[in-house]
Design a protein around this ligand. Structure first.
Ligand code: ADP
Length: 374
């Protein structure tokens, strides 16, 4: 068996889809999984089960592996600095990951770079919030995901739940946005950068529901600006691997950065079937400092729709129904137990007619989620 070239910390669907790309490139991945049956542990034979916050566990996973990357952003930075001191390359490194882990630090850093962001302030009391003004969006600076840890507040009374968390909070202006965009880039340690087409991401209940690539009717000026912002952040923060920059396109035609992710991102899943090189393959190429692949779209339109846990409990049984009824749609199931609202897979459709592509992808996802199509 070839020796492992890459350790991946975290056994979710992102690591699972990294393995899909690793197979083609002949890359041997060693995985640290949270439990023996998690999504990526099902498909990566060389895995250990343990806690990613425990330094000795991390050491045993990476022992004979030169490069380390991540399925999530939750490994304590001090552990990553220790692994680096012991000779392992962490990609992205802790100096970059900080800005994906802490929204307060991210806002401060982007502000110093002159990158456009919503107006914001650190909040430690209801009085601070009154001073900031309403309406506002309150966020825990750490640990939020899929809209958890985010509250729209119109008065101090709306903020009780946020203050009850006892966590550091950040207030932002409530942005009047037309839509949400996402700009993904891959960047390698030698500095090669490639930007994916800018996409539109549509959320439902704080969770990404669907992604359209490229973002329909995007002003070429904003398209170029979004890519330039993502490339600049990747270079200035020294990000290696995939960087996803979530953006608001405001009602008056400006871009504001919402947040950063330093790993393959839900808004890049379309690229598996829709781009010359998927975000997972380019993430592997980038962190291993291999030449990056073309990020060009293969079809005029690609739509990705998430499969969220719903009425259908047995996705395996439902698969045959979907494949028969939506033959051109690509199916990606994550091997996760169905729980209400949880991301358990996604589907992708592509073609020349956006309405047709959207309808086919939504139809297939609805069959997986609800068993019927609307
Ligand atoms: P998470 O870390 O949970 O993904 P985000 O900061 O991305 O949190 O916020 C989740 C969603 O809340 C965003 O996708 C957006 O729809 C909405 N949101 C976040 N910040 C703002 C803001 N300043 N103004 C308006 N809506 C916002």
């Amino acid at each position: 068996m070839p020796s492992p070239q890459l350790a991946v910390i975290g056994g979710g669907q992102l690591a699972r889809m990294m393995q899909q790309a690793a197979i083609g490139l002949g890359i041997h991945i060693r995985l640290l999984a949270e439990a023996p049956d998690v999504s990526a542990a099902q498909v990566i034979p060389d895995h250990l089960v343990g806690d990613h916050t425990d330094l000795d566990t991390l050491r045993s996973v990476v022992a004979d592996v030169p490069v380390v990357t991540f399925d999530h952003e939750h490994v304590p930075p001090e552990h990553l600095r220790t692994l680096e001191a012991e000779g392992h390359a962490c990609r992205p490194g802790p100096h970059a990951l900080l800005y994906a882990q802490d929204k307060g630090d991210m806002r401060a850093r982007l502000g110093s770079l002159g990158v456009p962001c919503p107006r914001h302030a650190a909040i430690s009391s209801p009085e601070d919030l009154d001073t900031f003004g309403y309406p506002a969006v309150l966020k825990t600076t750490r640990g939020g995901y899929d809209g958890k840890g985010v509250w729209v507040v119109r008065s101090a009374a709306d903020a009780d739940e946020a203050f009850a968390t006892g966590r550091a909070l950040l207030a932002e202006e409530l942005v009047d946005f037309r839509r949400e965009l996402s700009a993904l880039v891959a960047r390698s340690p030698s500095g090669e950068v490639r930007a994916y087409p800018v996409v539109e991401s549509r959320q439902a209940g704080g969770v990404c529901a669907e992604v359209v690539a490229p973002a329909p009717d995007l002003d070429p000026r904003l398209d170029a600006e979004a890519r330039a912002i993502a490339e600049r952040i990747a270079s200035e923060l020294d990000v290696t691997g995939i960087l996803a920059v979530e953006l608001f396109e405001t009602a008056d035609g400006r871009l504001l950065v919402n947040e950063l992710a330093m790993r393959p991102h839900n808004t890049g899943h379309w690229s598996i079937d829709g781009a010359d090189t998927s975000q997972f393959e380019n993430h592997l190429r980038a962190v291993l400092d291999l030449p990056l692949g073309s990020t060009a779209a293969r079809a005029p339109w690609t739509v990705m729709v998430n499969i969220l846990g719903g009425a259908v409990e047995d996705l395996q049984a439902q698969r045959a129904v979907v494949l028969a009824d939506a033959p051109g749609v690509k199916v990606h199931l994550y091997g996760k137990p169905v729980k209400s609202g949880r991301k358990v897979g996604h589907v992708t459709a592509y073609g020349h007619d956006l309405d047709d592509v959207l309808a086919r992808a939504r139809h297939a996802a609805a069959l997986f989620t609800d068993g019927v199509s609307p």
